[in-house]
Design a protein around this ligand. Structure first.
Ligand SMILES: NC(=O)c1ccc[n+]([C@@H]2O[C@H](COP(=O)([O-])OP(=O)(O)OC[C@H]3O[C@@H](n4cnc5c(N)ncnc54)[C@H](O)[C@@H]3O)[C@@H](O)[C@H]2O)c1
Length: 258
């Protein structure tokens, strides 16, 4: 008799996703839930409650939590609350991020510090807090969200701080993935290309010439859907990727190779 391959199942696993109230984080939460995980949606925004309720209404096992990834205490307390309540945390997705645009010639210190605080330091705090829980329980999988901007000078928009932070995320995952490889904690990054979120739809409305440039530069000739980033994250989070650590996996419609 042929038995089912359960490597892609997340049944019985506890997952946390930061920046989960909308966009890519919401899609990741939905995907992990659909594969059987109990998902803790964590975000700075109150809207995370509504998002978690909507996913629960669709039959998924979820709960909402508040977190500010710019605060070590907030991230550490979140990890402790989840460990206390569920006894373990198997999957952590460091997705929370912010974007902005600035010419480097006029890029302020404040803007540089703000983007690093969320996009790089926030990922470090998330990896450290949940990594600690996983190391003590004997295993787990961490996935952090990098970007095409972390491997290539994207055009025409300008945001050097964002780009450097996203390159840092990929390298952090490489270094820590190797550091924890024998301790059964896998650490990987996903690099999304331009993804069809409300933020990008707004660009298409306000600056259609920018959207046209992006589409021209994308080998597949289209934006990614949040669900396509989510399935990539879920693969790395699952036992189907048990031999993969310290990697950056691009989900970018071919953009970074062109
Ligand atoms: N949309 C794209 O095209 C694209 C491409 C590449 C990478 N990314 C990355 O994917 C991730 C998600 O992007 P998105 O497009 O869904 O953006 P989004 O703005 O829709 O969602 C980001 C979420 O992060 C939360 N967040 C922001 N600061 C936070 C903080 N300090 N603490 C906790 N939560 C915080 C926000 O409240 C929001 O819910 C980001 O890391 C982004 O850089 C997006």
């Amino acid at each position: 008799m042929q038995t089912a391959n359960t490597a892609f199942s997340l049944e019985g696993k506890v997952a946390v996703v930061t920046g989960a109230s909308r966009g890519i984080g919401e899609a990741i939460s939905r995907q992990l839930g659909q594969m059987g995980a109990h998902v803790v949606l964590a975000d700075l925004l109150d809207e995370v409650e509504e998002t978690a309720k909507a996913l629960s209404a669709d039959g998924l096992s979820t709960e909402a939590e508040r977190v500010d990834v710019t605060s070590t205490a907030s991230v550490d307390e979140l990890a402790q609350r989840i460990a206390d309540k569920h006894g373990r945390v198997d999957i952590a997705v460091a997705n929370a991020g912010i974007s902005y645009e600035a010419d480097t010639a006029t890029h302020s210190d404040e803007e540089w510090s703000r983007v690093m605080a969320v996009n790089l330091d926030g990922v470090f705090r998330t990896v450290r807090a949940f990594g600690n829980k996983m190391l003590s329980q004997g295993g787990g999988s961490i996935v952090a969200i990098s970007s095409i901007a972390g491997v290539k000078a994207v055009r025409p928009e300008l945001h050097a701080g964002y780009d450097v932070a996203k390159a840092g995320v990929a390298h952090l995952c490489k270094v820590v993935g190797v550091e924890w490889a024998k301790r059964n904690v896998r650490v990987n990054a996903v690099g999304p290309g331009y993804t069809n979120t409300p933020m990008l739809q707004q660009v298409g409305i306000e600056r259609p010439e920018v959207m046209e440039r992006w589409i021209d530069d994308i080998p597949m000739g289209r934006l990614l859907e949040p669900s396509e980033i989510a399935t990539t994250v879920a693969f790395l989070a699952s036992d189907a990727a048990s031999g993969i650590t310290a990697q950056l996996l691009m989900a970018d419609a071919g953009y970074s190779s062109a």
